[in-house]
Design a protein. Structure first.
Length: 279
């Protein structure tokens, strides 16, 4: 009987990785080739970015559902074709980069340009159509072993897992919440459908990442990849707790901190008042 292939297990890596968040949006225009090139030139191991569908059904790299904040365009991203999106100036927040032809890239552009680089693609729309089109691109470039898919939405991630079980996925917001509750009450879950937690250290007033959460995630065979970490002290604390990746807008800082980090050193730092849920 043929067995469905397992997605790659990120826990087989033996060091902490640095992912440039949106390419390193503290240093270059976010989610652009300019940012991705720069983030990798600083020594980041991988890239994290966001994907949507254009009007003509092409997977494009952009965070917001609208264009106004970061580009010369206005209105919904989904109202324009991929060619029209490429022609926009995506350096609106960076005047020094304006007029240099920095547009919205396609997901295929990124896959082609960075062979062998680990990628985290966040699916910004909670639909099976986006999941299927993203996976079609990954298959076409034979990149199933180096792309991980994340999303807040459960529906799009379940669609991705059903369509291509070989691709690793992160936990959705709902799945992360359940895992966090289980960690609080010391009730470990079964082997999950996902392989990663791509999470903030705090969500509002709720602590997500703690030494116990990291231990429980590792026991379930999952990595803990924390966003968006730009402060050196925060990075060192998280490294002391055993996280597997730092996702940062400042890959210049994160790369240096991780390279200086001595494995096995454990930092003892105070948490918040809910110590019974955070050890």
């Amino acid at each position: 009987m043929n067995r469905t292939p397992e997605p790659p297990n990120p826990r087989t890596r033996n060091r902490v990785l640095v992912f440039a968040h949106r390419g390193g949006s503290g240093l270059r225009p976010e989610n652009t080739i300019a940012a991705f090139d720069h983030g990798l030139s600083l020594g980041a191991d991988g890239l994290e970015f966001d994907v949507h569908l254009s009007r003509d059904g092409v997977v494009v790299v952009h965070h917001d559902a609208t264009l106004d904040r970061t580009t010369s365009g206005r209105g919904p991203l989904a109202a324009l074709t991929a060619a029209e999106l490429r022609a926009l100036d995506a350096a609106k927040l960076w005047p020094e980069f304006a007029g240099r032809g920095i547009g919205i890239p396609t997901f295929r552009d990124v896959l082609h340009r960075y062979p062998g680089i680990p990628l985290i693609a966040e699916l910004k729309v909670n639909t099976s159509e986006l999941a299927h089109r993203v996976i079609d691109e990954i298959r076409a470039l034979n990149a199933t072993d180096r792309v991980s898919l994340g999303s807040f939405g459960t529906r799009v991630l379940r669609a991705a897992r059903a369509y291509e079980p070989r691709i690793a996925t992160g936990a959705s917001r709902e799945e992360t919440r359940l895992a966090l509750y289980r960690s609080w009450v010391r009730w470990p879950g079964r082997t999950p459908a996902y392989r990663a937690f791509q999470v903030p250290e705090m969500a509002g007033s709720t602590r997500v990442v703690s030494p116990r959460f990291v231990r429980d995630a590792h026991a379930a065979g999952c990595v803990v990849q924390v966003w968006t970490v730009d402060d050196e002290a925060d990075m060192r604390r998280l490294l002391g707790w055993g996280v597997d990746a730092i996702i940062s807008d400042r890959p210049d800082i994160a790369v240096r901190v991780v390279h200086e980090w001595i494995p096995g050193t454990r930092l003892v730092a105070p948490l918040s008042s809910h110590s019974d849920k955070e050890d």
